[in-house]
Design a protein around this ligand. Structure first.
Ligand SMILES: C[S@@+](CC[C@H](N)C(=O)[O-])C[C@H]1O[C@@H](n2cnc3c(N)ncnc32)[C@H](O)[C@@H]1O
Length: 198
């Protein structure tokens, strides 16, 4: 299995601006304000997976929630600090320091989730390979579920579609939020895409 490689400038900039404890507290504040901080976990859970790969797991907020709901979870991330933070929060879970573009797991998963702008934070040249590697990690009929903001200079919905189709996946659904209540249109600035393996 390849170890983590260099992360893009966009990611370094984001990380430079964010204190990781503060990042985690943001979700606690959402819960305190009566908002649902577990939209990603809820959408993933709706497919009743028994195993989930949290791809670009960061500090583990999605993977930890899914593990608490009874799923077998593996979290992978290219940033050693993020993996260390996830491991500190949930030492018993399976966290691996790996670059998605070089991911080569022996296990397969019912769902691979790319939550919280992982797709745009993967280095531009590596994005197609990262999607292929995520697709390869899916069990037959498994789902790749990704959500990310659509910003200038970031991947478009069309870019992501093309990478998924090239990886042999079939589009199942597209939403504008993790709540899944609104279908994605060209007017939206956030995409949640669900692709399915054959
Ligand atoms: C904004 S964070 C989101 C973290 C987490 N998924 C969440 O929703 O809280 C984006 C994550 O993508 C990870 N990442 C970026 N490029 C990656 C790559 N090539 N391989 C694995 N992880 C990557 C970063 O290290 C970072 O932890």
């Amino acid at each position: 299995m390849a170890m983590a490689e260099s992360l893009p400038e966009d990611w370094d900039r984001w990380k430079g601006q964010v204190d990781l404890t503060g990042y985690d507290e943001r979700w606690q504040r959402m819960a305190e304000a009566g908002e649902n901080p577990h939209g990603e976990a809820d959408l993933v859970s709706s497919f009743r997976p028994s195993s989930v790969l949290d791809a670009g797991c960061g500090t583990g907020r999605v993977g930890i929630e899914l593990a608490q709901r009874g799923m077998r979870v593996v979290g992978v991330d290219a940033d050693a600090d993020m993996i260390a933070a996830a491991r500190a929060k949930a030492p018993d879970l399976d966290w691996r320091h790996v670059d998605l573009a070089a991911l080569d797991l022996t296990e397969q998963f019912d769902v691979v989730v790319l939550a919280g702008n992982v797709v745009p934070y993967v280095a531009a040249d590596d994005r197609p390979a990262a999607v292929v590697a995520c697709a390869r990690a899916l069990a037959p009929g498994g789902r790749l579920i990704a959500g990310f903001s659509l910003r200038p200079d970031w991947p478009t919905a069309g870019d992501y579609d093309a990478w998924c189709v090239d990886a042999g996946l079939e589009l199942e659904d597209r939403f504008a939020t993790w709540a899944g209540s609104e279908r994605f249109t060209d007017q939206h600035d956030y995409l949640v895409a669900i692709y399915r393996a054959a």
